[in-house]
Design a protein around this ligand. Sequence first.
Ligand SMILES: Cc1ncc(COP(=O)(O)O)c(C=O)c1O
Length: 342
Amino acid sequence: MDLVDLRSDTVTQPTTEMRRAMAEAVVGDDDYGEDPTVRALEEAFAERLGKPASLFVPSGTMANQIAFRVLTTAGTAVVAGRRQHVVSYEYGAAARNSAVQFHALDDADGMLAPADVAWAREASSYHHPAVSLVSIEHTHMAASGALWSMDRLHAVATAAGDVPVHLDGARLFNAEAATGVAVSAWAAPVTTVMCCLSKGLCAPVGSLLAGPDDVIAQARLERKRLGGGMRQAGVLAAPGLLALRDMVERLPEDHARAVRLAEVVAERWPACGLDPARVHTNIVTFAHGAPEKLLAYLAGEGVLAGTIAPETVRLVTHKDVDDAGLARALAALANAPDEGGR
Ligand SMILES: Cc1ncc(COP(=O)(O)O)c(C=O)c1O
């Protein structure tokens, strides 16, 4: 039996066209700036995001870490949401790589409150560390793939004042697909933005960081310092170009399937803290008292789910989950045992 893998959208297989493009890619030594396919990808991404320049890096985590190294100084604070990837899921990398601490804000709905950002900045006049960066996440993974509102984004950027803003847009193209608002509009109020090609867009490897020319020039050095300089990386950039060109328009399919999952979860466990009306992209998270048992039961039904925190289950839809797979997952969830359910 084929497994229905809802653990993450990172499990997506590259398409046949992607594999062909990898085989045929024209390549050079990218560390010398001589790979035409990487250059084409960086130019296409910068243009799509409405930023002057961009840099291709191996992972979303590295893109975030490079942004922090360029935009922060040691001993300062980064304002970010408590459940953001940079705070909770990068194994302390910001402290290790950039010697910064987080001023962590409530982000239960995925967004930051402008007043909280203003407070953090003002607090530096009262013996708190200076704030060198505000970091946000859109869509917000741990908040069931929540979307920001454009008004809130502008208000937070205004509250940041002259402090730069970094957008972890690992799934920013899901935001574009869900709202019809172009990624360039979401990126306009921020200094730097990173997007992953290797999640819902199905490329095998890679993320990009976009921003001002001077920031990206510095980012190129930081990538090298972190060991992320690549050589004939055009074989990875070629599927990335197809990810940008072809894979955004199918994301609404994933979003519709995630809503169906959310509806069944909320019906099965009414007190699990999940409101299906607030699921707009491809991620469903909910509370469950015995997640290991639930995951084991689901695996027995041929459905893989994941956990992202104690008593927190996550289901993620993507290209490799079709309607038949969805039906199997819905039936398994609807018939899940009582133990641990809320
Ligand atoms: C919101 C968010 N940011 C960053 C990352 C990091 O991406 P990568 O796994 O490519 O390092 C992830 C990965 O799951 C993510 O969900």
